[in-house]
Design a protein around this ligand. Sequence first.
Ligand SMILES: [Zn+2]
Length: 419
Amino acid sequence: MTLNRQAIYNYMEGHFRDYYELSSNISVTDYFIQYGSVSLIEFTNILQYPDPFWFTYEDKKIPVFLYSNANESENKLNFDPFINGFFFLSGLQEHIIQERDIHQRFPFVKSLQYRFNFLHLPIVNIYFELLAQHLKKFNIAVQQKPLGTKSKSHMIITHDIDRLNSGWVEMIGVSLRSKKISAFVPIMKALQQKLTGSDDYYTEAFYKLLHFEKQQQIPSVFFFLSNKSKKDGDYDVHSSKMQNIFSDIFKNNANIGLHAGYDTFQNSQEFERQINALEKACPKTLKINRQHFLRFDIKTTPDIYKELNIQTDYTLGFPNDYGFRNGICGPFHLFDFNNHKSYNCIEIPLFFMDNNFINHRESFNVNLFFENLNWINKHFNFKVSILFHNTVFIKIKYHDAAPIFYELIKYAKGNNLLY
Ligand SMILES: [Zn+2]
């Protein structure tokens, strides 16, 4: 893999201008001290440094990883926001760090965001903002663009539908473990669901959610697995039950996209088979996707999106914690290292998912989460996705995540973030 400064600067300046209204006559890269050399070795060395340099933005300490003060000049911003931002935004971090978890995913604990505790900060936006503030010193008009369709920021509510038919099994398991006399009722109801084919607990949960969103007029996005297997969905998209579900979603003015299955992230044939299956079952499916299990391989998945013309992807977040995997709090493009330019597919960051809470109930601080969200909302226009599975909306295993959903909706409504 080779890197060249001009391609990196073009890519980063393109993103800067996506986020800021700015006259096209200005040569942005003249306003900061350009980092000395640009090579893969230089970026790889970031991981060896004991500590970054710390800058201040508002009340936060901001790490800058590539920094040289050799030719410091009063008229220039004293670090290179584009070279530093590129490491996160482009996906380079995930190319350089080779470790993967049991699902072959890039592990959060290997990231610099984890090591220096800044996943919740949109580091690339902060670099951009420091640059914008610097430009303002020269009386250059520069301001953040709105990112919502009707408002400055947009929180897209999304739901991955993994399970609709196996709530009865889980209900029996949970009820038996509770050893209470009252557990008899849900067990009987679960058995009755199974025997009579009436709606399963997880279908009930889905409809509870759909009904709530209809009342609240939330234009959410539902992602469906078109592959039925142990690793993927427990439903058949071609069944009449699913036809009803699809049409009920459209009645809500919500949208449907693909939840590409476990074995698609490195396999374009399988990916294509699954898109075709969903499009056959539901022709109004959009060319949008989120990977099941958030399985995303920086070396292959973006090329599959390119080949199959996926327009928007909602995968890039971490299952372990909330925040910004690519350092940015809005739409962006990954960098195609073979062709030295942006991929076309739009990435919408996955800022928060229910599993961030479910996997860390003991340590998850809900107040801090809302404080962090509020800080972002105060300083930046943003556009991110939020993910809740239908399975949290019924009292079985994960229902303690539902209050966070309702609180988030209240926050989003109060701050005009839903459109
Ligand atoms: Zn899934």
